[in-house]
Design a protein around this ligand. Structure first.
Ligand SMILES: [Zn+2]
Length: 294
């Protein structure tokens, strides 16, 4: 008996002196900074009720949904106190004029400019066409959500996007916009993956820039270890207070898939409890100036 106890103690010396990892529990509050709507949503009470039940189940305080302007008001109406809308610019999606958009922002029918998918049209973010939109957003303190990183495999061969090029997703295409508009509040959607050094350099040099993790966690095209390595690199670089959870899901698939996406981020083995809450809630609350979320 004594021998066994001694072995247990000796065996413990290597392991038991290590810090005990924080227990992983589901997040108690979530802001999903990256939700899409591409197709008209079901206009039924059953859909609205089941979506709201999923919001409750996963403790969603706020979701930012971006899509064509014709669809946004219908989505936000599903849960006006928990959803904010953004207008998309991308392949096949033109932006309404600044004169048209400004009253929608003033009336809070829109909350963010984006997702701005200029790369999918073969354009840089500092293209001349977008300049008045950046100026409007800076002047009126509107957060802008811009595509960064890499599009899905084969995007340039799709009929929508023959002009797409990977170089247009690199963080450097944002830089001249930031210099011209120093008060612009920018969210790098997809956190610039896989351009890790450039993303870290940009976020280091421009401390107002935030990034969301949309489309990275739970993406079958991105191995789990790669996602974790990337997330850990951003945190190790000191950016943990500017990373926001984003699912990258469409609103009509949100309730079926959000649990898995949350779990992938939540179970990242290197995160502390504080870092988890920063990513799932606090950073986005700061960036979006949330004061009235549920
Ligand atoms: Zn997106």
């Amino acid at each position: 008996m004594r021998i066994v106890s001694t072995l247990v103690v000796i065996g413990c010396l290597g392991v038991c002196l290590q810090a005990t990892p924080d227990p992983v529990t589901p997040p108690s509050r979530v802001i999903d900074a990256h939700v899409h709507v591409w197709e008209p949503i079901p206009r039924t009470d059953a859909f609205r009720r089941s979506l709201q039940a999923a919001f409750d189940a996963y403790h969603l305080q706020l979701g930012v949904v971006t899509g064509p302007d014709a669809l946004i008001s219908g989505v936000v109406a599903l849960a006006p106190n928990r959803l904010r809308g953004g207008v998309v610019y991308g392949a096949g999606y033109d932006l309404p004029s600044v004169a048209t958009l400004q009253p929608l922002f003033d009336a809070k029918r829109l909350a963010v400019l984006g997702e701005i998918d200029a790369a999918w049209r073969g354009e840089r973010l500092d293209t001349e066409f977008l300049e008045p939109y950046w100026a409007m957003s800076e002047t009126h303190d509107i957060p802008v959500f811009v595509f960064s990183g890499a599009a899905p495999p084969g995007t340039a061969f799709q009929s929508c996007c023959p002009k797409y090029r990977t170089r247009l997703g690199r963080a450097e295409v944002v830089e001249d916009v930031l210099v011209r508009h120093p008060r612009l509040r920018v969210n790098l959607m997809q956190a610039g993956w896989p351009y890790r050094d450039e993303t870290i350099a940009l976020m280091h040099a421009y401390p107002g820039v935030y990034a969301d993790l949309g489309n990275l966690a739970g993406n079958p095209g991105i191995p789990r270890e790669e996602f974790y390595d990337y997330l850990r690199a951003l945190i190790t670089a000191g950016l943990g207070k500017r990373l926001m959870f984003g699912s990258g899901l469409s609103i009509d698939e949100w309730q079926a898939r959000i649990g898995d996406v949350i779990a992938v981020v939540n179970e990242a083995p290197f995160l502390t409890t504080e870092q988890r809450d920063d990513i799932f809630y606090s950073n986005a609350a700061r960036f979006l100036r949330v004061t009235d979320a549920r």
